[in-house]
Design a protein around this ligand. Structure first.
Ligand code: TXA
Ligand code: MG
Length: 340
C-alpha cells in the first residue's frame, strides 16, 4: 500500500517504534528515517534507497545530551559548534560509542550526528526515545528531495509514512565536519557556510573534499546528486563568470537545449530579448536559480530545479556557476557532481 502523506507526528512516532520507515522534513532536505539503534530498522533504510552498505548514515537527535550518549569523546570544539549551530545544517563526526550499531557507521569508528532544525521533526524527536538514522530520501546518487512530493515521486511505495513539512528552507544537505581536536575538517560542503564556522572557531578549517576512491564520506563521490539530464558548465569554475555578450556569441542554443542561469544580474535588454526569443521559439528552456542572485534563495531552489530539468525532458543543460563564496561553494559543489 502506498504511504500516507500527512503531518501527524503521533502516527509517525508509532510507526518508527514499530521499526518502520518515515520520511521526515528537515531544513536541508527530506530524510528517510528509522530507529537508528535498531539493526532491522536501519537495514530497511539501505534497502529502500538501494544504498550501498559502505555508505554510513547520519543520526538525528533532539538535543546535545542525546548526542553525547552516542559518542565516546565530546570535546570543547564539539560543544562550541553544537551550541552555535544546532539545531541547524551542520553534521559533526565524532568517535562512536558502543550504543551505535556498526551498520549505521558502515564499520567506521566514528559516527555522524546532527540536530535538524524543523519544527515538525523536532516535535517528533520529542516523542521518541531513540535517534533517527536518516539519509536523504532519494534513490542512491539521485538529487535529494526538498518537498514531500519529491519523496513521494520516487519512494511512495518504499516508505510507511511521509511527514509533510513543506518546502525545505535551506535546500542543500548539511555541512559535514570531522572534529579534530581544536579544529575540524570539512568532509562535505553544505547548508552552513565555511566562513560562519571559521568565525565561531576563530581559526581556519581543514578540508578533505572530492575523494573518489575509498571515500571518507561517500557524499564526496564525484558523481552524486545527479539528475538524468546531462549538465554542462559554460566555463571553468575558476574563471570569471561568462559575460552575457560571450554567451550570445556561443552557437549552442539552436536546438533543444536547456540553460540554467544563476541569476539575471548584469543582463541587459538585448540579452533578455535574445533569451525570450529562444524560449518563444520553443527550442531553449531557461531556468534561473534566483533572479536577483540571492545565494540562499538560489540554494533553496537548486534541487527543485534539477528535478524540473528531468521532468521537463531536458537532455542537455548548459549552466552558469554560483559565486564561489558562502553557500555558493556548496551550490557549485552540487553542480560539479551533477555534471561529472
Ligand atoms: O542534511 C543532511 O545531512 C541530510 C538530512 C536528511 O539530515 N542527510 C543527508 O544524508 O544528506 P546522506 O546519507 O544523504 O549523506 C550523509 C553523508 C554521506 O556522504 C555519508 O558518507 C556521510 O554523511 N557520513 C555519515 N557518517 C559518516 C562518518 N562516520 N564519517 C564520514 N562521513 C560520514
Ligand atoms: Mg544523500
Amino acid at each position: 500500500m502506498p504511504a500516507q502523506i500527512g503531518i501527524d507526528i503521533a502516527i509517525a512516532s508509532a510507526l518508527l517504534r514499530q521499526g518502520k520507515l518515515v520520511a521526515i522534513p528537515t531544513e536541508t532536505v527530506y530524510g528517510l528515517a528509522a530507529n537508528g539503534l535498531d539493526l532491522k530498522s536501519v537495514l530497511g533504510i539501505f534497502e529502500a534507497k538501494n544504498r550501498p552498505r559502505f555508505d554510513p548514515l547520519i543520526l538525528h537527535v533532539r538535543d546535545i545530551p542525546m548526542a553525547k550518549t552516542l559518542v565516546n569523546e565530546w570535546n570543547d570544539t564539539a560543544q562550541t559548534l553544537a551550541e552555535a549551530f544546532w539545531p541547524g545544517p551542520l553534521t559533526l563526526i565524532l568517535p562512536k560509542s558502543d550504543m551505535v550499531p556498526d551498520l549505521v557507521t558502515a564499520g567506521n569508528s566514528t559516527v555522524a550526528i546532527r540536530i535538524p532544525s524543523h519544527p515538525l521533526t523536532l516535535a517528533l524527536l520529542q516523542l521518541i526515545e531513540f535517534p533517527l538514522a536518516a539519509p536523504s530520501a532519494n534513490p542512491f546518487s539521485y538529487v535529494s528531495p526538498t518537498t514531500a512530493k519529491h519523496v513521494a515521486d520516487q519512494l511512495i511505495d518504499r516508505v510507511d509514512y511521509i511527514l509533510d513539512g513543506g518546502e525545505c528552507t535551506i535546500g542543500i544537505e548539511s555541512t559535514i565536519l570531522a572534529i579534530e581536536g581544536k579544529t575540524a575538517r570539512v568532509l562535505r560542503l553544505g547548508g552552513l557556510s565555511i566562513e560562519a564556522i571559521e568565525t565561531v572557531l576563530g581559526q581556519p578549517l581543514l578540508e578533505t573534499l572530492h575523494q573518489n576512491s575509498n571515500p571518507q564520506s561517500p557524499g564526496q563521490l564525484d558523481h552524486h546528486y545527479a539528475p538524468r539530464c546531462k549538465l554542462i558548465p559554460l566555463y571553468n569554475k575558476d574563471e570569471p563568470q561568462l559575460s552575457w555578450a560571450e554567451l550570445l556569441k556561443k552557437p549552442l542554443f539552436t536546438s533543444g537545449f536547456g540553460l540554467l542561469l544563476f541569476s539575471k544580474q548584469g543582463m541587459g535588454a538585448e540579452e533578455e530579448f535574445y533569451l525570450t526569443k529562444l524560449q518563444v521559439a520553443g527550442k531553449t528552456k531557461v531556468y534561473i536559480l534566483d533572479e536577483l542572485g540571492d545565494i540562499a534563495k538560489a540554494g533553496a531552489n537548486l534541487f527543485s530545479i534539477l528535478r524540473l530539468l528531468d521532468s521537463d525532458g531536458c537532455k542537455e543543460v548548459y549552466f552558469f556557476w554560483a559565486p564561489e563564496i558562502g553557500l555558493g561553494r556548496a551550490i557549485n559543489d552540487r553542480l560539479m557532481r551533477a555534471s561529472s
